[in-house]
Design a protein around this ligand. Sequence first.
Ligand SMILES: [Zn+2]
Length: 136
Amino acid sequence: MGNFREKLARFMYGRYGADQLYYCLLILNFVLMLINSFLRLAILDITVWAILILMIYRTFSRNIYKRQLENQKFLKVWYPIKSKFSLFFVRVKEIRTNRYRRCTHCKSMLRLPRRTGKHAVTCPRCHKDFDVRVLL
Ligand SMILES: [Zn+2]
């Protein structure tokens, strides 16, 4: 067993391995396979295989610089989506205690205590006042 691990480590030496794009493709492939287990479309089958081949190719690739560039491009798209989703979950989690509103002047997101009605808020970032209406 130790011999196998050594061989694997030697084989993977100088190869790219897994990154965020790899895990995203993994999840995407899993979802597509799940969907395709109901739909059974040939085009989805081909897509799943294409993604799988791409994942294997990227993992064993020796062109590390190029793979890193691909991953950076992916992260540039992924991080804004991820932050939007995480803000959404935070808003749901804190729905009893806080409200989130965007400052009308500098557009930064403010976390306000939940107080129903209309009241003035001073933005801590740009120090300007604006009105906030909290219905519930
Ligand atoms: Zn502001």
